[in-house]
Design a binder for this molecule. Sequence first.
Ligand code: FMN
Length: 360
Amino acid sequence: MPAIPADIASADDYEPHARQRLDPAVWAAIAGGSADEHTLAENRAAFARIRLNNRVLADLSGAHTGLELFGQAMEHPILLAPTAWHRLMHREGELATAIGASALRATMVVSALASQELEAIAAKAVSPLWFQLYIQPDRGFTHALAQRAEEAGYRALVVTVDAPVTLRNREQRAAFRLPAGIEAVNLRGAPPPPAPRAAPHESEVFKGLLDGAATWADIATLRQHTRLPMLLKGIMTPSDALRAIEAGADGLIVSNHGGRVLDTQPASIEALPRVAEAVAGRVPLLLDGGVRRGTDVLKALALGARAVLIGRPILHALAVGGATGVAHVLKLLRTELEIAMAQTGCPTLDAIGPDVIWQP
Ligand SMILES: Cc1cc2nc3c(=O)[nH]c(=O)nc-3n(C[C@H](O)[C@H](O)[C@H](O)COP(=O)(O)O)c2cc1C
């Protein structure tokens, strides 16, 4: 079992160690964002700008971090965000991640681009799993994949809707290619996208999107094909949030994909309050993007999220310490959340309200 380096005291401390261990092109692919990476930086900067109020002498007897989401009891509100190809970080890939998540009884969202079979991951996991889907050009394959996840015991579907096309310059400059032997194994057998229709223009982007990309109608159809709670990931505006609920979403993940899709979008934490106001509690909101501290988790909950998801720090910890690293980084975040709750006088997650946020 790999030892955790002694100088790791926070989630961010895993980053330099991971960078040292990984191939530079792989590093560029995981660390990078879209285009000039303004949104990537904003996800962190926006959390830092939000100030907290302390609250002293509160009665914290019986304090806990438990919650219930979609009828599922969770010990804490920290989930693992879906991220592709964990075998780039560690030879056991998602199997190691699932073991680490289970040690902290954290819900893991397994990516559609996982490098291990979803059934094999389920066999390792003790804590609940959710499955993330990208709607594939072949809708029959997409529905069958959702069915497969349901049969394997996954307890929710996360449909990522914000990434039909991407522009990742850092990844391009580093000439990142998936190494031989690592692939999205759960998409094996997916029929190839149909040949593009003759378009009235020569745009590669639009030709590629015309026949394959998902629309709102696909969400409503998918809703009919699964009994699992269905969340949409990548919702950043009140109007999309309302549309998603209309299309049958049971939950929303306010996310800009970790700054990896549309550059100069706002930070997800800045987008959250408006979405929360529009949704007005009709469905639970989750948030990801730049969550690196227990105080970030607290801020997200104060501004309307029920839970958060963690992306890159999980990958860093996996690269450095395998399952042990994943368990450790989750433990650090959970402990920091408990400290932040104590310092702001919140014995339960429900007690974390807008009043913990300092107003200038
Ligand atoms: C290397 C990498 C791969 C990702 N792969 C996926 C994916 O397969 N599906 C998905 O919905 N989101 C994916 N994401 C986005 C994450 O789910 C999440 O939105 C983001 O990482 C959160 O931001 P953070 O990294 O700042 O915590 C990926 C992110 C990274 C960094």
